[in-house]
Design a protein around this ligand. Sequence first.
Ligand code: HGY
Ligand code: MN
Ligand code: MN
Length: 413
Amino acid sequence: MPRYSINEPRFNQTLEELGHLGESPDGMDRVAYSPADIAGREYTVKLMREAGLETRIDTAGNIIGLRAGSDDSLSAIALGSHTDTVPKGGKYDGALGVMAAIEVVRTLQEQGHRTRHPVEVINFTNEEGTRFHRWLVGSRSMAGQLEQEDLDAVDDDGYGLGPCLADIGGNISRIGEAARNPGELAAYFELHIEQGPNLYQSGTPIGVVTGITGRAVFEVEIEGKANHAGTTPMSTRRDALVSASKLVLAIQKMAAEQEICRVSTVGSIKAIPNAVNVIPGNASIGLEFRDTDMEALAAAEQELRRITGQAAVNDGVDIEVNRHRFTSSVPIKPEMQALVAEAAVNCGLAWEPLPSGAGHDAQAVAAIAPVAMLFVPSVAGISHSPEEYSTPEDCANGAQVLLELLLLADDRL
Ligand code: HGY
Ligand code: MN
Ligand code: MN
């Protein structure tokens, strides 16, 4: 049996309340650095303080709550995730892990339990990368993995990371100070919804994550020739959107049929000037490949460059492939997986091992600390959608196992 029980109604209440911040009829819109994201961050700080955490915001905008341990010579054990969402996203992606981490600390407070290790609760900024197409910004800052492109990034309205960070209490000119050295954290644990169908289909309440996927993101720009939709003969057209559309289908086939990598997705497409009576002179598509094998991602990039080169010749257009970002896959150490499994068993919950097809802050933090992740089921495997849902019972199971995991790690590390 678990040593302490979280307060299920209280915990699910916080998840519900956070779920109203940035809620719109067609999904959650707590996109990083937006007013809705700021509202969610303020709610997090409020709950952290009520749970007795000493809160600070680092120069990358990460919110860090600290609870002293009985032996402050030990490095902190951190629990965390993110409260920013994709546009029209769901209420559980990221939010579950942050709310559960706070509930764990609230429970330790009311039980008067002092862990040996200090405990940190971390809400990482811009995990999704919706802003600037650069994800894991907060966690990569803490891991010392930011690149110049991250700092130089501007969004479609020319708004840069600097002003965005200032809006949330960060400071781009001192963002390097957010980096922490290996050893500063004894471990990092992240509870997250699976965002896929496996646990829901198998009816298993807890997933022990074995590894986190790698990801390669590209932007492809196509330049044809704008012209009159009514007068230009079909044979002389250089239609950028037609070329883009053929690439969309070819990119989908790379995973679906050629099995070059596990999944391939074109998530965004733009036509310029986007007027129905103008042959698009320019078009761009945003795409990503994912696989735990980095060789597969390299092969996918090679194939992308081959098919775009071919399309340029066949269609008489100019095509530029911009590589946005490669994120390495991260295996979870067996001993860390075993700790999660033991925590699940102590809570009387069945568990199964599974890889993560989604990316997570844990894969950045892994560069500076031992990490482990646990999943709870996503109903019908849906995520990044207003239909994203996990039952209050499954969410509470996750928080309960996270508490037990912290206590096991506190004894063992
Ligand atoms: O895109 C992802 O994999 C994560 O949800 N940020
Ligand atoms: Mn997430
Ligand atoms: Mn997500």
